[in-house]
Design a protein around this ligand. Structure first.
Ligand SMILES: *[C@@H]1O[C@H](CO)[C@@H](O)[C@H](O)[C@H]1NC(C)=O
Ligand SMILES: *[C@@H]1O[C@H](CO)[C@@H](O)[C@H](O)[C@H]1NC(C)=O
Ligand SMILES: *[C@@H]1O[C@H](CO)[C@@H](O)[C@H](O)[C@H]1NC(C)=O
Ligand SMILES: *[C@@H]1O[C@H](CO)[C@@H](O)[C@H](O)[C@H]1NC(C)=O
Length: 422
């Protein structure tokens, strides 16, 4: 569904103008959280890091598998999208599993957007991965022996901590289980105070987390996606009136990445916001009527997209991804297991997405994951053709797309909006 920018600005109660108005503060509302740079799937020599892509793919599959389980638990199996399928948990190939436990990847090599979150009274600080594609907050627990190298939440040191019934037990990362205990406590995100927020303190982590620069994860998806079946932090903040507007906004870039919690930062975008209403109530930031264009011509149309900051690439059902790459001059299947294709490095395809409004182009730099191997002249493309069970015609527009726009997620309007980066 495409609504005009005028309608949007009306709905948000803003002045219908693309440029900041005198007296209007640069940050209309909300608190800015700087997100340190997150890097690519490239090796230092510019070639594609296959091992890292395999790890990311396992994580991707298990995250969305868990989401489907959560939706089925919260809303019943009938609520799952057409063609959706809860597949067996994905696991790392044995060859990577062994190395996984010991190898530490430095933060610059990682692929997450992290920022600070504090929990408890007095506050205990964590570095958290902000993920619009899931809906629970979790951090390591001080009683976790497998959570080495990460900050841990100690409930006995917080006067506002309260243990809750039930358990938290998800398959994530490399395919092993992560389990923990639900708590409520006060949570502080970028200066926004949230009282009695549900979250999980994880008492058993998989080896995938040991190497993760983030201590934990903050889901910014909607409640129907939540394992805990409780409001995720941003929703609680809105209900408690802790933020002035029920919106949060992302700029994801190599430098200057920022999450604006409770508003949007006018210095980071220009022009009007193109807003799209959510087409699903399962808790994803899912919008419809998308098409992908190649050199200005639509090659696949009529699909939904989930806007997910916690997915690195653009992910499409296998057949639709193949249909796209088949239209790209010189494209070749690079690896079937991870659903990646390559294209001639010196003539990258011009790719854009449209939801019935503007064409939102993807910079060729973002599309290029590196040369397949040194000197081949073929580069791996960031559009991954891989069925992960989300449904017949559901794509994920992850960071590869999000790096090219300013994205505004609105709980107030049940919508996702895009604006041009300033
Ligand atoms: C986690 O879930 C699995 C499968 O549902 C179950 O077999 C296992 O006992 C659970 N583990 C914990 C620690 O709750
Ligand atoms: C999760 O834990 C359960 C029970 O301990 C086990 O049966 C299952 O195989 C585990 N899942 C994975 C993917 O390791
Ligand atoms: C969650 O699911 C229920 C049942 O389908 C629906 O009524 C509700 O609107 C959904 N919530 C959101 C925020 O979409
Ligand atoms: C694409 O990205 C590169 C590297 O970030 C940048 O130098 C270039 O100006 C961008 N191109 C466009 C058309 O925005």
């Amino acid at each position: 569904m495409f609504r005009s920018a005028i309608l949007l600005t009306f709905a948000l109660g803003l002045v219908a103008s693309g440029t900041p108005v005198a007296n209007e503060p640069a940050v209309t509302s909300g608190i800015r959280i700087a997100l340190p740079k997150r890097n690519s799937l490239k090796n230092e020599d510019g070639t594609f890091n296959y091992e890292k892509a395999v790890r990311e793919t396992v994580k991707l599959k298990n995250k969305h598998r868990q989401n489907l389980i959560n939706i089925a638990t919260n809303l019943g199996y009938d609520a799952l999208p057409k063609g959706a399928e809860i597949k067996p948990a994905a696991k790392l190939p044995k060859s990577l599993e062994k190395r996984g436990a010991v190898k530490l990847t430095d933060q610059a090599q990682e692929i997450e957007w992290t920022g600070p979150v504090e929990i408890g009274t007095p506050q205990q600080s964590f570095t958290i991965d902000f993920d619009t594609g899931s809906a629970d907050l979790w951090v390591p627990s001080s009683s976790c022996s497998s959570c080495q190298g990460h900050k841990a939440y100690n409930p006995s040191l917080s006067s506002t901590s309260s243990k809750r019934s039930g358990s938290f037990n998800i398959t994530y990362g490399d395919g092993s289980n992560v389990s923990g205990t639900p708590y409520t406590d006060n949570v502080h995100i970028g200066g926004v105070d949230i009282k009695n927020q549900f979250f999980a303190a994880v008492t058993m982590e998989s080896s995938a987390f040991v190497q993760d620069p983030a201590d934990g994860l903050c889901g910014l998806g909607l409640r129907n996606l939540s394992y805990l079946s409780e409001d995720p932090p941003f929703i609680t903040a809105v209900k408690q009136g802790a933020v002035r507007e029920g919106i949060f906004s992302f700029k994801l870039a190599e430098v200057g990445s920022e999450l604006c919690f409770g508003g949007r930062n006018r210095q980071l975008y220009k022009g009007e916001i193109e807003e799209h209403g959510l087409v699903s109530s399962v808790g994803y930031w899912q919008i419809g009527g998308a098409s992908v264009k190649l050199n200005g011509k639509a090659v696949v149309s009529g699909f939904d997209t989930i806007v997910d900051s916690g997915t690195s690439l653009i992910v499409t059902p296998t057949a639709q991804g193949a249909a796209f790459w088949n239209q790209v001059q010189g494209a070749e299947l690079f690896d079937e297991d991870v659903g990646l294709y390559s294209f001639p490095c010196d003539s990258p395809p011009e790719v854009a997405f449209s939801w019935g409004g503007k064409d939102w182009s993807i910079n060729a730099t973002d599309l290029n994951l590196g040369e397949t191997a040194q000197g081949t002249g073929q580069c791996v493309g960031a559009i991954q053709a891989l069925d992960i069970g989300l449904g017949d015609s559901v794509w994920i527009t992850g960071d590869t797309f999000m790096k090219n726009v300013y994205t505004i997620f609105s709980v107030d309007c049940n919508s996702v909006g895009f604006a041009e980066l300033a």
